[in-house]
Write a protein that binds this ligand. Structure first.
Ligand code: GDP
Length: 467
């Protein structure tokens, strides 16, 4: 199928989901305003479930269409090929023949934040390394999660070049030609390189946009695939955990982020809010196959939640480890045990068939990004209760208006076809919030009236790497 066909097919999927969010939200509001009238409420509740079923049946048919176009084999092969290209380039970049002469970029793992945030920091460093054709030197001694550093769990980022010395050294600037450059955290980088996420490389963009619903997530996933290659000990640990848990498919991954995050960077969400979308996933799946067990892999930093969930949702089988949740809570978090716990949780989340979580958490985003490395296009395999996908320190997240919009209330903004809108968030009720870059006005607009404006940059193309 052509790129245009694939884009349109995915737009239909998004459109159906957005229409559902819209109707669901309107009916919920109606339900509240009519709260005294029992008959009407019953009718509305039933209507809501009926419409949900309509939606599920359309989604199942759309999935079928995708399988019926005869391109499933092509999709697998294309995704594999694209992934191989990037992996080979990264391997080439990271293994220079002569380390004493190689151009290097140093990056310190110990950003003062959690595991997900630190891993994303390394991804940022690695993307800058790729953009400047410098070998990434990762400094990880006295890592807050493990004194022995990165290599206590992951393979070294280079086999031939881990020595950070060089004949000249300097701080970051995009034109600095010192042999070794020390990269600051993304919050302090100046000047900003023009190719940080959500930007994707020009040379791969046509193929990526054709095959993947959110190319930048795929792109980030490739860096993670290279970075998170486990050492033997960690691989064994994960394998044992997998055997012990005996987790089968289908399974939905739920990540519930609580403790220090609640009230500071994110709102509290009860388990019921997550389970609404888990149930929805299974109801849709049951339209095309029988499901013998509704499985949920629950990752959380709230030690009491596993028990609570089992009590409240007895029809579901919950997988997860309360001991890990205990080690994940703030206060007990930065230890080698906690490290294994978070690696394991993210690993299992990424292996699930669908994710329900809050994209405000780096843990959840990390799981979603890694998930992309296992499928040709898993961009739609999630529901976030809060943010749209983002990358810490990212450039503008822009969309393009494909329809005009005339605001009907002061909360809404005008759109003219072709306008660029900087999206701040999707309210999951049919509307998104953003700023129209032409009028500079900020407010709500119907989500279906815009599409993503994928940003490209001419990265080095690594011609030396043979295909
Ligand atoms: P964020 O704060 O949620 O955006 O993510 P970070 O990864 O930066 O920091 C949160 C830290 O809390 C993680 O790195 C873990 O150490 C811990 N944590 C949070 N949620 C979980 C979880 O579901 N499982 C485990 N094992 N640890 C978690």
């Amino acid at each position: 199928p052509s790129k245009e066909y694939e884009l349109t097919r995915r737009r239909v999927e998004d459109g159906v989901i957005e229409m559902w969010y819209f109707i669901r939200s309107k009916l919920k509001t109606l339900n509240k305003t009519l709260s005294s009238d029992k008959e009407t409420i019953k009718m509305l509740t039933e209507t809501m479930e009926d419409i949900a079923n309509h939606r599920r049946s359309i989604m199942v048919d759309l999935e079928k269409l995708k399988d019926l176009d005869g391109m499933a084999v092509w999709r697998q092969k294309e995704a594999q090929e694209l992934g191989d290209i990037v992996q080979q380039r990264l391997k080439y970049l990271q293994n220079p023949k002569d380390c004493s002469k190689a151009r290097k970029l140093t990056c310190s793992l110990n950003k003062g934040c959690g595991y997900g945030c630190q891993i994303h920091h390394v991804v940022y460093c690695f993307i800058v390394a790729y953009g400047t054709q410098r070998t990434l030197i990762l400094k990880s001694k006295n890592w807050r999660y493990s004194r022995q550093g990165w290599e206590s769990v992951f393979k070294p980022v280079s086999d031939t070049c881990t020595d950070e010395s060089g004949i000249s050294r300097g701080s970051w600037s995009d034109s600095n030609d010192a042999q070794v450059v020390d990269l600051p955290i993304v919050d302090n980088i100046h000047p900003r390189p023009p190719y940080l996420p959500l930007v994707i490389p020009q040379d791969l963009s046509d193929r990526l946009i054709r095959i993947h619903g959110n190319p930048v997530v795929w792109w980030i996933g490739q860096f993670l695939k290279y970075l998170l290659r486990p050492q033997e000990g960690l691989a064994m640990f994960l394998k044992h955990a997998e055997e012990k848990m005996n987790l089968k498919h289908p399974v939905v991954g739920v990540h519930v982020r609580r403790t220090d995050k609640v009230g500071t960077e994110a709102a509290f969400h009860g388990i019921e809010e997550y389970m609404e979308f888990v149930e929805d996933y299974y109801k849709q799946l049951e339209l095309k196959q029988s499901v013998e067990e509704r499985r949920v892999y629950l990752a959380t930093d709230d030690p009491k939640l596993l028990e609570e969930s089992r009590q409240k949702f007895p029809k579901y089988t919950f997988f997860g480890d309360p001991a890990i949740a205990k080690s994940a809570a703030i206060g007990t978090r930065y230890s080698s045990d906690a490290l294994k716990g978070i690696i394991m949780d993210i690993h299992f989340l990424s292996k699930c068939d669908y994710l329900v979580c809050t994209f405000s958490s780096q843990v959840c985003r990390l799981g979603y990004e890694i998930m992309q490395t296992d499928h040709p296009d898993a961009s739609g395999y999630f529901h976030s209760l809060d943010d749209v996908f983002y990358f810490g320190g990212q450039g503008d997240h822009n969309q393009v208006a494909i329809y005009d919009h005339n605001p009907r209330s002061p909360a809404e903004i005008e759109l003219k076809k072709g306008d660029i809108v900087g999206i701040a968030g999707n309210h999951w009720d049919g509307y998104s919030k953003g700023v129209n870059r032409r009028t500079k006005k900020s407010g709500l607009y119907p989500s279906y009236k815009t599409v993503e404006d994928v940003q490209l940059h001419e990265f080095p193309t690594y011609e030396e790497v043979k295909k």
